[in-house]
Ligand binder design. Structure first.
Ligand code: DLL
Length: 432
């Protein structure tokens, strides 16, 4: 099944001409309505009228996360606030989060993009879908929610957490499709097993997963344990949320909704596009978003792109699974975490030294952080009560900033590894 044959199976030449037409429109709009873009363009003498081919997009400077922070909350909006009908925001950032505003048309385009991705995965209006992403400012839950609703499916907005209840609903409501982060889906599968419930006791047939990296092996395990077909789905708050791209039944790359999101894979260092099929950083431009158009956003996600038509019949380009990031952002239980955020908390605490290590662990199927810090005063190390108090203090300070619980390990001054060059603060013990 293909939800929107016209847009998903368009011949490449025709897609390129649609993209160009939309690009010109959105660039003009961004220039006219958003002072940030106008200033960026004016600084280099660029005018919207200089964009005459798709290649000319390279003339436009990149937009980066910091630009979104600096323009918090509304300065990047191209539509008046009265036309903004929804706000979302990114998770777990220091200081100001990234805020995204959607007009009615944007929500419509988002639902349409999601509906396409859901149908490509094998979802339909017949599904009973349990949304186990956290509801709220996070785009994951409402994005998938809208897409399934558009298809006429039965949506169960459980949100994340309370895993025993998740399992109960899965079984009792005869849920056929599950939406979650892959790690949380693994946890649900684990609790199901502990409860003595097997895949034959439930009606699940499909799992739409995303928002964090997952390996093919993890998908295989989920597929076996839950008796489902799984897909990987990609997106980011700055662009729209989920619905940027997702796998079809061929599971051979995530189809990009290219009529709405224009992808480039860049070799940033050399400022040139990588050859087709080669890895680089994904740069995205929103072609149709009215509320907050984004030009050439550096996602920092590393992927490659394949423009050949897919066996499923779609011609929309496919991006490979995310291989990593060009910065050090970690995604822990759905929350974006930058090591620098942890550092800024630690340097403010006088009882601990300047050296630290961030250990990323996997407990069961869930990721967690353990922060190793050096205690300045040796005397403290033999005082259990004081040590426990210090641990709680550090963990609390970090929770205040990141919003997630971390474990703290106190170690002797001088015992952590020192670096002569670039310090390697993150130790990933997950083996994924
Ligand atoms: O995670 C949007 C989303 C929700 C996508 C639900 C898919 C499903 P943010 O919280 O803004 O938005 O985080 C965006 O998460 O830049 C990637 O680094 C990472 N990410 C998202 N999807 C994937 C994926 C949502 N399928 C950041 N594989 C992105 C690997 C992913 N990383």
């Amino acid at each position: 099944m293909i939800y929107n044959k016209e847009m998903e199976c368009m011949p490449r030449k025709q897609m390129e001409s649609l993209q160009l037409q939309r690009l010109k429109y959105i660039v003009g709009k961004a220039y006219d309505k958003v002072p940030f873009y106008r200033k960026r363009f004016d600084e280099i003498g660029l005018k919207p009228s200089h964009i005459n081919t798709l290649k000319d997009i390279k003339l436009i400077p990149y937009t980066q996360k910091d630009d979104l922070r600096t323009n918090y909350p509304y300065s990047l909006f191209a539509a008046p606030l009265k036309d903004i009908v929804r706000i979302h925001a990114s998770s777990g950032t220091t200081g100001k989060p990234i805020v995204a505003g959607y007009t009615k048309n944007d929500l419509d385009m988002w639902s349409e993009s999601m509906a396409r991705t859901i149908v490509a995965a094998g979802g339909s209006g017949d599904d009973i879908v349990q949304i186990s992403f956290g509801y709220g400012l996070f785009t994951g839950a409402l994005g998938l929610h809208q897409g399934f609703e558009r298809l006429g499916a039965t949506v169960v907005p459980v949100s994340s957490g309370n895993t025993l209840r998740q399992v109960m609903f899965l079984k009792d409501l005869k849920v056929t499709a599950l939406v979650a982060t892959p790690s949380y889906a693994m946890h649900i599968a684990e609790i199901m097993q502990q409860q003595g419930i097997s895949k034959d006791d439930i009606s699940l047939r499909l799992g739409l997963f995303g928002s964090e990296a997952s390996t093919a092996e993890m998908h295989r395990a989920l597929s076996e344990q839950l008796g489902i077909f799984t897909t990987d789905n990609y997106g980011l708050t700055e662009i729209i949320g989920p619905g940027v791209s997702g796998e079809c039944r061929q599971k051979n790359g995530m189809h990009i909704n290219e009529d709405n999101f224009y992808p480039e894979i860049m070799d940033i260092e050399n400022n040139k596009e990588t050859d087709e099929g080669k890895y680089g950083e994904l740069v995205l431009t929103t072609l149709t978003k009215e509320g907050m158009p984004i030009l050439r956003y550096r996602t920092k996600d590393i992927t490659s792109i394949d423009y050949s038509p897919c066996k499923c019949g779609r011609t929309n380009a496919r991006m490979s699974k995310i291989k990593g990031r060009t910065d050090d952002m970690l995604k822990i239980r759905g929350v974006n975490v930058f090591p620098s955020q942890i550092e800024s908390v630690l340097v403010g605490l006088e009882e601990i030294g300047n050296h630290y290590e961030i250990h990323v662990k996997r407990e069961g199927y869930l990721d967690s952080l353990e922060i190793y810090v050096e205690v300045v005063s040796g005397a403290l190390l033999s005082d259990f009560k004081q040590l426990e108090a210090l641990k709680s203090k550090v963990a609390f300070a970090i929770k205040t900033v990141l919003g997630i619980d971390v474990k703290v390990r106190l170690v002797e001054a001088g015992s952590l590894k020192r670096f002569e060059g670039k310090a390697k603060r993150v130790v990933d013990e997950r083996n994924i």
